[in-house]
Design a protein around this ligand. Structure first.
Ligand code: DHB
Length: 311
């Protein structure tokens, strides 16, 4: 049994897409609906539609089952995703998550107000961690700005919602961020992690950066970020006992998903591997995780969630 609960909603299984992959357009969201995923989340929306950065802007790094991207928030604009959420069939067993990534708190406020006015049973995930818009730092690395944004948005949203976080690399940052999050009761879940921001991938032969935007700097995803992701999942699982954690980062098979749940994840999103393999991936990772659970004698995710042992 791979079922789970996030923000008061039931997911038939813990797997879904990481926002950004296979979710900008309706035909992609349809593929997710038809797949074996347990849910789906839309591409991070800005108030106005955006073309994003010049290509190449996503490149797989197959030798290390990883990727680098600097998409620059290409999206259809929040009204497109609001219209999708309005016509979504909520009798579907998969709850709908909607990612919002305003370029300012004012834009996030306007988008949130649009969704609140529509009074839909979808869940908002506010993205505090896009690393790829030139001139816009990741909000999640500015603790005061993050708290101010939550002070504005949480009371407007009222019902349970989530935030997408960048990876943190220092214990003091885990402590400070968690203390802020714990002030907001309806902040129901934390999604850890967004890409590891501003890596650089260089082709050995041509001595050239692999992606075009930002002199080749872009967010790293895939297996190379697994251990950073597990640390962030577990750090917030330990510090935020009243919140759920959605684990993202480095999941290529049921095995990494199992590790995310051991670290404390209640659901698992998949980015790079979904981009490379397509939505049929969900049947495979479900089967792999079920086989691991049978082999270890676990019947439900609760049997091992957060139960990583330490020495
Ligand atoms: C983009 C990348 C992110 O990591 C994110 O959280 C939002 C948007 C992007 O480049 O499109």
């Amino acid at each position: 049994n791979l079922s789970t609960n996030i923000a008061g909603l039931h997911l038939p299984n813990l797997f879904f897409n990481a926002s950004g992959v296979c979710c900008q357009h309706e035909h992609e969201l349809k593929q997710l609906l038809e797949s074996d995923s347990g849910s789906l989340i839309t591409k991070s929306a800005t108030y106005e539609m955006r073309e994003g950065n010049p290509s190449p802007r996503y490149v797989p790094l197959p030798a290390i089952q990883s990727s680098i991207n600097s998409m620059g928030l290409p999206n259809e604009g929040y009204e497109y995703y609001l219209a999708y959420a309005k016509k979504y069939d909520y009798s579907n067993p998969k709850p709908l998550f909607v990612s919002l990534s305003g370029l300012s708190v004012a834009d996030n406020k306007k988008m949130v107000e649009g969704f609140v006015a529509a009074n839909l049973p979808c869940v908002l995930e506010i993205n505090f961690s896009c690393p790829n818009v030139p001139g816009k730092p990741q909000l999640g690395y500015d603790m005061e700005a993050m708290e101010s944004a939550l002070n504005v948005l949480a009371p407007i949203i009222k019902k349970p919602f989530g935030i997408k976080l960048p990876p943190y690399f220092d214990i003091a940052h885990f402590d400070t961020a968690a203390a802020i999050f714990n002030k907001f009761d309806n902040l129901a879940y934390l999604t850890c992690i967004n890409s590891v921001g501003n890596g650089l991938a260089i082709d050995f032969e041509t001595e050239t950066a692999l992606i075009k935007p930002k002199d080749g700097f872009g967010g790293l995803g895939g297996l190379m970020v697994l251990n950073t992701a597990l640390a962030n999942v577990n750090a917030f699982y330990r510090r935020c006992p009243n919140k759920k954690i959605i684990g993202v980062g480095g999941v290529t098979s049921g095995k990494e998903a199992f590790l995310h749940v051991l670290a404390g994840a209640s659901a698992v999103q998949i980015g790079t591997q979904l981009k490379e393999e397509g939505p049929k991936l969900f049947s495979r990772v479900k089967k792999e995780l079920e086989d691991i659970m049978v082999a270890k004698g676990y019947k439900s995710l609760e049997d091992f969630r957060g139960k990583v042992k330490t020495l």
